[in-house]
Each structure stands twice: as structure tokens, then as C-alpha cells.
Design a protein around this ligand. Structure first.
Ligand code: FES
Ligand SMILES: [Fe+2]
Length: 391
């Protein structure tokens, strides 16, 4: 669908605003793709990658290979074998290395070719495959796709608290990572998109929030005041939401979500929720999650439902009893934005966080395009989401 909106009369005064249209393309050579590759990105849920398994991996509109060695190390390599180009993901894992399915060339995690059964012994020293720094943290596999030495993988101490349970999810979405990122800092959408939801059940959609936001060393601090409740959450730049969400069993949970780009208009949210329950209560939470997953396995995906709603074939009223109603609600709003030209938006006072996110991102893309140093975001290890009662 064409974006038929006119240039807004109340356009943002941001001189970089034309760069807003560069946020979504993330393929090779794109500005946003180049920018995001300066930071570690989660690409897989650890528990989904068994020892000895190799899988194709799609991220940044590019193909890669991910595998887990027999000793437990996860590694990401290029997609194709350098010999005659077949997919390394169909190969066999041997120790911490992977052997190509086609003619048996074997590659170490470093990418070095360590065996070529049908070749002269001195050939392999001239052969390697690209290898990407790969680490695991909080139940996720992180990869550094950039050039040179990777920066340190940033830690978040609150999620390392061993007395809490971490609920780790990977949710694919048919919309861009940037729309997801903006939606995460958009407090006001909760009152409307999620007017029927667990947020409504706890009275969270009663008052329109007052939004205050500022740039920090780690990204964006965003405070939302509803009545006498002030919730202070964060956007850990470049592409992470850190907020709190409510669950019927676990109550309020610290919630962190990386928005990893897959294609220009596809992304995966890698989510870690901190569940402060133990014993029977924790078991009830895990059982309820498993039950919801089993129920959802037999149903069309949130994207399928959301797009049927956008085509006018269904309505949100038809899916009120689904456990992923909140996701479907977001899909309807975000997939509905597909094809929109971002700089034509008419942002108001309630969009302060979205406006700041765009300004900061556009500034960083401009710096990158000009070959100047970009801001190195420093996430404080002890950062968390807090709620205060105010007068
Ligand atoms: S294509 Fe991989 S060994 Fe031949
Ligand atoms: Fe939402």
C-alpha cells in the first residue's frame, strides 16, 4: 500500500529527519544494517540449539550457519562452504567443528579449514570460512557481525540474580525491528491497542500517561506517569526495550526485549522476563506458559491473524480468548504501518519518546555515513525498571 499521506505541516524540526526513512532497510550495505552490526545481537534461543545441531540462520537479510559443538559451544559461520558453495548448515558437527555435507571439508569454530579428505594436505591452509564472534548470555546466543574486535558484551546484573527464574522467548514478527522498537517506547498505545488485556485488568489503561524522556549514556530513559504511579523504563540503544510487563501469575516482571532485524519488514524479538516466583507458584507459572504454548501450536500465528484482520476478514473480537492477544493487538497496529514513510508522521507531545528515539538514531546514522565516531552506549550493570508512587 502506498503512503498517501501528505508532507506534514507540523513536521519535526530535526534536520536529519530524512534519515528516518533509512531505519528499516537492513540488508548488506544499508546504513541501519551497518550501524547495528557495531553491537552484539541475539540471534537464537540457547535451548533451541542442541549439542551437535547445525541450522541455517537468517538475520540482516543475510544467510549464515549456526551450530553447537559436541562440547556445547555455539558458533556462527558464513552460510556457504568455500569449496563449491553448498550450505554448511547441512553439514555434520564433529567435536567443535563442522564438516561439509558435500565433499567433507571440515571447519573449526575459527573458520579455519582443518580437513579436506580428498585433497592434497597443503591445500587447506589457504582455505577458511568467515567466522563471527559468538557468546551466550541470559539464555540467548549473541553474535557480533561487525568488523574488527567486538566490544564487550554488556551485562545486566538484575537478570543474573539466581534466585529468580528467567523466561526466555524468541518471537518472530512480520514487521520491522524499528517499528517494534518504536512501539516499545510508545506508552500511549497501551491505552488503546491493549484496551482489552492484562494491562487493562490491573487498571493500567485507565489514565492517559504523561510521558517524560531524555537521552542518557545508555540510550533513552522514559518515564510514564499514570495517576500517582510513575514507571521509569529504558530503551537501551541501539535496539533494546527494557520495561516491565504484567502477568496474571507472576505479577509485574522486569522485561527486556532485543529487536533483531531479519528482513526489512521481519524481525524477531528475543525476550527475557524475570519471574520472581519459587516453589508451587513458579510451577504454576511454567505450567500455564506450557499450556498456552500447546494451545497456540494448533492456532494460526499472530501475524496470520493480524493480516486477516487488516484484510477485513476477521476482527479482534474473534480472538479475545487467545493467550497471545497482546501480540495480535500489536501486530494489527504495526503490520498496518507497513509501507509508511516515516518522516511524514505527525508526532505530538505524547510521542516524545518516539521522537527522541528517531532523532538519536538519525544522528548516529549520519555520523556513521560521514565516517565520524558513533556514540558507544554504556549500559549500567545495575539498571532496572522501577515504579514509584508520586504525589
Ligand atoms: S562444497 Fe563443501 S566440501 Fe565441497
Ligand atoms: Fe503493545
Amino acid at each position: 500500500m502506498l503512503d498517501d499521506r501528505p508532507e506534514p505541516i507540523t513536521a519535526s524540526h530535526d534536520p536529519d529527519r530524512r534519515l528516518y526513512d533509512e531505519f528499516e532497510p537492513i540488508g548488506p550495505g544499508s546504513l541501519a544494517g551497518r550501524y547495528l552490526k557495531n553491537f552484539w545481537q541475539p540471534v537464537y534461543r540457547s535451548k533451541d540449539l542442541k549439542a551437535g545441531a547445525a541450522k541455517p540462520l537468517r538475520v540482516f537479510a543475510q544467510d549464515f550457519t549456526i551450530y553447537r559443538g559436541r562440547t556445547g559451544n555455539a558458533q556462527v559461520l558464513a552460510a556457504r562452504c568455500p569449496h563449491r558453495g553448498t550450505r554448511l548448515s547441512t553439514g555434520r558437527v564433529e567435536g567443535d567443528s563442522i564438516r561439509c555435507f558435500y565433499h567433507g571439508w571440515k571447519f573449526a569454530p575459527s573458520g579455519a579449514c582443518v580437513d579436506q579428505p580428498a585433497e592434497d594436505a597443503n591445500f587447506k591452509s589457504a582455505v577458511c570460512v568467515k567466522s563471527y564472534p559468538t557468546r551466550e548470555y541470559l539464555g540467548l546466543v549473541f553474535v557480533y557481525f561487525g568488523e574488527g574486535e567486538p566490544p564487550p558484551l554488556q551485562r545486566l546484573k538484575i537478570f543474573e540474580d539466581e534466585s529468580a527464574y528467567l523466561h526466555v522467548k524468541a518471537t518472530p514478527r512480520g514487521c520491522s525491528y524499528f517499528s517494534q522498537l518504536e512501539n516499545g517506547v510508545d506508552e500511549v498505545h497501551i491505552n488503546f491497542v491493549h484496551a482489552v488485556s492484562s494491562f487493562a485488568d490491573v487498571g493500567f489503561t485507565r489514565d492517559i500517561p504523561e510521558v517524560v524522556t531524555r537521552e542518557t549514556d545508555y540510550g533513552i530513559e522514559r518515564a510514564a506517569r499514570r495517576g500517582n504511579q510513575l514507571r521509569v523504563g529504558h530503551c537501551l540503544l541501539p535496539n533494546v526495550l527494557f520495561t516491565s510487563v504484567v502477568d496474571p501469575i507472576a505479577s509485574w516482571m522486569q522485561h527486556i526485549a532485543w529487536r533483531t532485524p531479519i528482513e526489512d519488514e521481519k524481525s524477531t524479538s528475543f525476550i527475557v522476563d524475570q519471574v520472581r516466583l519459587s516453589g508451587d507458584a513458579l510451577k504454576r507459572f511454567i505450567d500455564a506458559e506450557e499450556e498456552a504454548e500447546a494451545k497456540l501450536a494448533g492456532l494460526p500465528s499472530p501475524d496470520t491473524v493480524g493480516r486477516a484482520i487488516l484484510r477485513g476478514e476477521m476482527s479482534l473480537d474473534d480472538v479475545q480468548d487467545r493467550p497471545d492477544l497482546i501480540t495480535i493487538q500489536d501486530v494489527v497496529a504495526l503490520a498496518g504501518q507497513e509501507g509508511m514513510i516515516r518522516h511524514r508522521d505527525m508526532l505530538g507531545r505524547s510521542d516524545r519518546s518516539v521522537a527522541l528515539l528517531r532523532r538519536v538514531w538519525a544522528r548516529e546514522l549520519r555520523l556513521l555515513a560521514e565516517g565520524k565516531p558513533i556514540k558507544r552506549w554504556a549500559w549500567p550493570e545495575d539498571i532496572c525498571v522501577r515504579t514509584e508512587t508520586v504525589a
